[in-house]
Write a protein that binds this ligand. Structure first.
Ligand code: TEU
Length: 530
């Protein structure tokens, strides 16, 4: 019974743990803080929480530089705190998903310390070591995602090691069988503790060209773009050998009931969908970031939804994402008025939505003064406006000092309007984006058509798009105005006579809809077909 699967029916909520709730007064969020806020997730109506990395780490990349895969960083708590969190989440019917970072470790991981100690160390081959190129420089032209060469020379043994991200994040060698087994054991460690699944960091990077050939220049590169765009990542990522690795990962998860594997993949649709794997042996949900990169125009959105729906493999379950800790938030990209339209899209398209903490209150891009920048990427390539801190700011909970997030100055500034843009204030206001999002989630849970129904496009023009969702004899119609001007859409005859269930601007619930639906500027409607 596929519709019974929790990760197909449910909504995933991403928590950036430094910014959700501080419980010990150090200005940083922690696991105990998340535990204290579980009731918010239940109240909002989501089904699972995914927590960005919480493992011991020197925190060069916000914890995506893991020094030990099977423990908790003291900043966030302890294994005891983790066990309490997962027990209480489960008691409330919430699933818990961890971030798994298998492409690289921290250079402070015991494995890397051993690996770099000598060329004959048994763990030497757990990482990627190469002799210098013919000119004594790096072995090839591969570039780090955070700028500069992806190769770092190590004096001790006279070789370079490869790092697709920071030099403090050496890449693991997934072609080494012992490394593979050690990584699978770390998965089992968490599965045995009851974890319901993993979001796998840069899963498409794990396997690289075994010959380490140069990447070709990118013909679309223009000066001023981030360094990483200079070359196409043809040989350094998205290698066909990846499918075998993911299938093995799936086998580890599938030995436990009801687990989910979500893959982080930044690729165009036709490549992305291959990550479901042959016969769906790949990721259960290869993250679909199309809406993050989309131009905010009705025709473009309709086209990308259609393309995705068409290219999904048989049985592959779709998913949608609007924001995450790496990207500008949705409200920053499209503005507050359209953020509601975006929420409506996210929660009414076919597939599992992932909601980023803070988007439910419409968190904007928070200005970060230069002396408070934390993101190593921004520090490496300053000035090109790609720092990720503006999307990682503390959750504003209420009107008490520091917005109820902490009792001291938080690690990153709060949104300037936190005294009004916070959970407690907005929960009291029936017209807030928070109340709207919550209502939308409730309708999604009530309506089978929205949760698991077919997606059928109705129309799209320069201003608006409309589609319907259908399950058995239940139909839901969604009509979205992506502009600030009033606009009408026509419905085919068999859809006349429905009633409005929800308007993003409020005030029309119960209104009967004829053949022509008039949308106010920035209005989205959810309609129950007659
Ligand atoms: O992100 C992978 C990734 O592709 C990012 O480099 C992304 O392109 C960039 O942040 C701009 O959007 C993952 C994590 O989500 C990110 O936080 C880590 O820094 C990175 O992996 C390395 O682990």
């Amino acid at each position: 019974m596929p519709e019974r699967t929790w990760w197909k029916r449910g909504i995933v909520y991403q928590i950036y743990p430094r910014s959700f709730q501080d419980s010990n007064g150090d200005g940083l969020g922690d696991l105990e803080g998340i535990r204290q806020r579980l009731d918010h997730l239940v109240w909002l109506g989501v089904d699972a929480l995914w927590i960005s990395p919480i493992y011991p780490s020197p925190m060069c990349d916000g914890g995506y530089d893991v020094a030990n895969y099977t423990d908790i960083d003291p900043l966030f708590g302890s294994l005891g705190a983790f066990d309490r969190l997962i027990a209480e989440a489960h008691r409330r019917g919430l699933k818990l998903i961890l971030d798994f970072v298998p492409n690289h470790t921290s250079d402070q991981h015991a494995w890397f310390k051993e690996s770099r100690s000598s060329r004959t160390n048994p763990k030497r081959d757990w990482y990627i070591w190469r002799d210098p190129g013919p000119d004594g420089g790096p072995p090839n032209n591969w570039i780090s995602n955070f700028g500069g060469s992806a190769w770092e020379f190590d004096e001790t043994t006279g070789q370079y090691y490869y790092h697709a991200f920071l030099k403090q994040q050496p890449d693991l060698n997934w072609r080494n069988p012992a490394l593979r087994q050690a990584m699978f054991d770390t998965l089992r460690f968490w599965l045995d503790r009851g974890v319901d699944g993993f979001r796998v960091d840069v899963i498409w990077h794990l396997m690289k060209d075994p010959e380490f050939r140069d990447n070709p220049p990118n013909p679309a590169y223009a000066p001023g773009q981030p360094d990483i765009n200079r070359l196409l990542q043809v040989h350094s990522a998205d290698h066909p050998d990846i499918y075998g690795v993911i299938a093995e990962m799936r086998q580890v998860l599938d030995a436990y009931p009801d687990r989910v594997l979500i893959g982080e993949i930044y690729l165009p649709i036709e490549r992305l969908v291959t990550y479901y794997g042959p016969d769906l042996t790949g990721a259960n949900l290869p993250f679909n970031f199309q809406l993050i990169h989309a131009t905010w125009r009705a025709r473009d959105i309709e086209a990308l939804v259609r393309e995705y729906e068409e290219k999904l493999p048989e049985g592959g379950w779709p998913n949608w994402v609007l924001s995450n800790h790496d990207q500008p938030r949705i409200a920053a990209r499209v503005g507050q008025a359209q953020a509601r339209i975006a929420a409506m899209l996210l929660l009414t398209l076919r597939g599992t939505p992932t909601l980023y903490y803070g988007d439910e209150v419409g968190l904007p891009a928070v200005h970060i003064p230069r002396d408070r920048v934390q993101d190593p990427w921004e520090k490496n390539e300053p000035g090109i406006g790609i720092g990720r801190d503006p999307s990682r700011t503390p959750m504003p909970w209420d009107r008490t000092p520091f917005a109820g997030f902490s009792t001291v100055e938080p690690w990153l500034p709060l949104n300037q309007d936190w005294e009004t843009r916070n959970v407690a204030s907005m929960a009291e206001d029936p017209n807030s984006i928070l109340s709207f999002t919550r209502r939308l989630i409730a309708l999604r849970r009530e309506r089978k058509s929205l949760m698991v129904g077919r997606y059928v496009p109705i129309c799209a023009d320069d201003a608006a798009l409309a589609y319907r969702r259908e399950a058995g004899d239940e139909q839901s119609i969604v009509a979205l105005n992506l502009t600030g001007e009033e606009h009408s859409v026509s419905l085919p005859e068999h859809l006349h006579g429905g009633a409005v269930l929800l308007s993003s601007l409020g005030g029309r619930e119960g209104e009967r809809i004829g053949g022509k639906v008039t949308l106010r500027g920035n209005e989205g409607l959810l309609i129950e077909a007659a």
